[in-house]
Design a protein around this ligand. Sequence first.
Ligand SMILES: O=C(O)CCC(=O)C(=O)O
Length: 266
Amino acid sequence: MGQAMTEREVEAILREVTDEEVAFYHEYGWVMMKQLVDPAFATQLQRVGKEHTERQKEAGSDTPHVHLALTDDAEPYRSFMFSERMSRNAMRMVNRKRLKGVDLPLRYRIDMHVHKPPGAAGSTYHQDSAEHGSDRVGELQFWLALEEVTPEMGAMRFVSHSHREGPLGSVFNDNKGDLLEQFPNLTSELEMSPPQHYQPGDCTVHHGYMVHGGPPNSTDKSRWSYLFSYSPADTRYWNGTAANWGAERKRMGDAENPIVLEPAGD
Ligand SMILES: O=C(O)CCC(=O)C(=O)O
């Protein structure tokens, strides 16, 4: 079992996000925050994350790598994610104050210690909020590299500005193709981010409606990251669970919602 940290100790290994990073996030829908945490702390998270996941596996858990920050058994995950400094960093990105006049409390949504082994498939291009079923903007995901991640290891890419397009549809469990296939003009109308190269302690954050995905891990090295996500407290989720797998989605049927117009053929 790891050691809990005081707020002061967290402040020694976690910096504040800068005004430039916050502005970039609002404009592009994602931002790379170099050395957000001390690399030695990233290494500590890696060790504790692996040990915790192993213990959970032995105990028969179906999701051994999830919810580290909800238990005292995987400290310092909880101290880090629930720290005032990290939560305040996230609250600045959410920025409910802009339209509401006041900020809202922020809730823990989910966290995971993620391993992509050599040869693992790429990540489907999707929008988190469309998959998770939140009823409003605000949710955001941080992705912290625990070891070096090169573009060839399946580092995520983002379709810059796509967070302003609204929900483009859920694609998981649908077999209709990912968002790049369903919207072939997406990356010519908008702009694909450069391939990311993370050092341990580098962290990206992306908006709930950011279209993102990534290539396979085509190297012989494992890709390790810590994914953690917050949501503004007023958010309602379609089935009441804010997990990454979200709610069931159904298409409309002809009986209750008949077609009124077919598009003209070219
Ligand atoms: O780790 C990845 O490649 C994808 C993660 C992801 O989809 C996310 O953080 O929302």
